[in-house]
Design a protein. Structure first.
Lengths: 244, 329
């Protein structure tokens, strides 16, 4: 385990009722580091990020941010400590305008870490310029790419130290996915730690610090400073020999 | 930086309503003075219900329970203990707030239909308790002789004073709801109404915000309940029966959930509508029901509403037709 780990996930498992969504899993994320978790539907990826965000109770293990144990800290407090979630399906709030969505993100930040609303809004709007013209618009009327930008912008306004992203490319056109990933690369370069969950290979420049592949809750692949090729991923999901 | 696309029509409707409220006493019409006083007394708990259901998305039938606490609290304190009516109203409001916290803390952890069922049981229990606890409430006979409010040298026994006081309370509730709806609290309510799981990950303490909406709604209902009893000088269990519970919902759905002025408009339609077609005699209820149905088919979100989901109303309209009770003069 590295000494300067920002987020430490130790033997964490979670589930619903009697069903265990994923088996005990450990990893660390450093400042500016990226942990990529891949897996098909039902692998336990969403439950993992929800558990890290505090939205699903842990079955076992500990979650530590810096030196602080967040295992029993509820979701609404975890975000103030610096863990912010971009939920699956974008998680924009229909009926609320883009401004309202962003404002909720700004309020989620701990008071001693957030700047003025105008400054913070400018910061995220510079990262996602298409949102600037849409501030008064109901968030349900945005395009898929804009919704994803909004969900990430809102999470960033909470001033996270660790950003959890649940399938940010889901349902997006390749161009929109590329734009979203471009922003994520910039954020990573600025030192933001991320746990990124995806179903398939992603257009990510650079190599994740850790790549984990889950299959029905079990780790079937794990590499440091490496990630599987698309062929390897197909083998992992479908079993070797599945490809023609 | 622009904020949001609030509907432009609401301020205009608010201005028309305010002008009408000011103009009615000048007209000297007893019919309008009385009926608009009743409209304001029902609109006030509906404003609270709008915060709870229209913004925070919590289906609660408990508004009549807090109206009853306001009404009975005021009646008992004034007639049996000689407490000043203003003080009695304040004491009943504090009691309602306390009751809302005690009841709300466990109930608001329930989601969806469970909360609706639990509060429906509470509403039914309220009427049964009011009718059955004879030593406290005087049972089905109710409590008469509740003293009116004194305001300087004026008394709420005067229809104009009662009108002014009730509209002042209703106006205050409406302005408070507008301020809340536009604030971070309102955004948090709307967030938990749509995605409770996402709201929690945005730092929103879900139960606390639900409880806040529940308590504010209870306060508004309690004050309206007290004023009603002070103006009519009587309280009885029929005031809080299931017909009233349903009426409050109809008023909200007709006016439009999530709209600030909608509760006032909805209350006016439901209170005044049947009276304006009173000439139809035995067909009055049926015609009014058909008009309401047409209105909701044409405008499923209500007159000023933003939420497109008419299902709950279509479910309760037939019940309402059977149980409708208009406030007796």
């Amino acid at each position: 385990m590295t000494g300067d780990a920002l987020l430490r996930v130790e033997e964490v498992s979670a589930g619903y009722g009697r069903i265990l969504a994923f088996e005990p899993l450990s990893f660390t994320v450093e400042r500016g580091g990226l942990v990529l978790v891949l897996g098909p539907n039902g692998a336990g990826k969403t439950t993992l990020v929800k558990a890290l965000a505090g939205a699903v109770a842990l079955r076992s293990g500990r979650v530590l941010l810096g030196d602080e144990d967040l295992t029993w800290v509820p979701a609404h407090r975890r975000v103030r400590r610096g863990i912010s979630l971009v939920p699956e399906g974008r998680g924009t709030l229909p009926g609320l305008s883009v401004f309202d969505n962003l404002d909720l993100g700004w309020h989620a930040a701990a008071r001693d870490r957030r700047g003025s609303r105008r400054e913070e809004f400018e910061r995220v709007l510079a990262l996602f310029p298409p949102l600037r013209a849409r501030l008064a618009q109901d968030s349900r009327t945005l395009s898929g790419g804009e919704m994803q930008m909004l969900a990430i912008a809102r999470a960033l306004l909470a001033k996270p130290r660790v950003l959890l992203l649940d399938e940010p490319s889901l349902g997006l056109a390749p161009l929109a996915t590329a734009r979203v990933y471009e922003a994520l690369v910039r954020l990573s370069a600025e030192g933001l730690a991320m746990v990124l969950v995806e179903q398939k290979a992603v257009p990510l420049a650079g190599v994740p610090s850790t790549t984990i592949v889950l299959q029905t809750g079990r780790v079937v692949y794990r590499r440091e400073r490496a990630r599987p090729t698309e062929e390897e991923l197909a083998d992992l999901y479908l079993g070797e020999g599945a490809r023609g | 930086m622009r904020r949001s696309g609030r509907r432009r029509v609401e301020p205009l409707v608010a201005a028309v309503v305010a002008a009408a409220v000011v103009a009615v006493p000048l007209s000297g019409s007893g019919f309008w003075l009385y009926n608009l006083t009743v409209v304001s007394l029902y609109a006030t708990p509906v404003v609270g219900l709008n915060l709870l259901l229209g913004l925070a998305g919590q289906v609660s039938f408990a508004q009549t329970t807090f109206m009853a606490i306001g009404g009975y609290g005021t009646a008992i304190l004034t007639t049996r203990f000689g407490v000043d009516p203003w003080l009695a109203m304040a004491a009943a409001a504090v009691l309602s707030l306390a009751a809302s916290v005690v009841v709300g803390l466990p109930l608001l952890r329930l989601r969806g239909h469970y909360l609706a069922l639990a509060t429906f049981a509470l509403a039914l229990g309220t009427t049964s308790f009011a009718a059955g606890a004879t030593t406290l409430t005087n049972g089905t006979i109710g409590i008469s002789g509740v003293p009116p409010l004194a305001l300087g040298g004026l008394s709420s026994a005067s229809p104009v004073v009662a009108y002014a006081v009730s509209w002042a309370a209703c106006g205050l509730a409406t302005v408070a709801s507008a301020v809340l709806a536009g604030s971070h609290v309102g955004r948090a309510w709307r967030a938990l109404a749509t995605r409770q799981d996402v709201a929690a990950t945005l730092g929103i303490r879900v139960t606390r915000y639900k409880l806040l909406a529940f308590a504010i709604a209870a306060l508004m209902a309690s004050v309206a309940g007290s004023l009603y009893v002070e103006f009519t000088t009587f309280v009885g269990p029929d005031l809080y029966d299931i017909g009233t519970v349903i009426n409050l919902f109809i008023m909200l759905f007709v006016g439009g959930r999530g709209s600030v002025v909608g509760p006032l408009l909805g209350s006016a339609v439901v209170i005044l509508g049947p009276q304006l077609i009173a000439g139809l005699e035995q067909y009055q209820n049926l015609v009014f029901f058909l008009l309401l149905l047409a209105l909701l088919l044409l405008r499923p979100a209500g007159l000023l509403g933003r939420i497109r989901d008419p299902a709950p109303l279509t479910a309760i309209l037939p019940v309402w037709l059977l149980r409708r009770r208009l406030p007796a003069r």
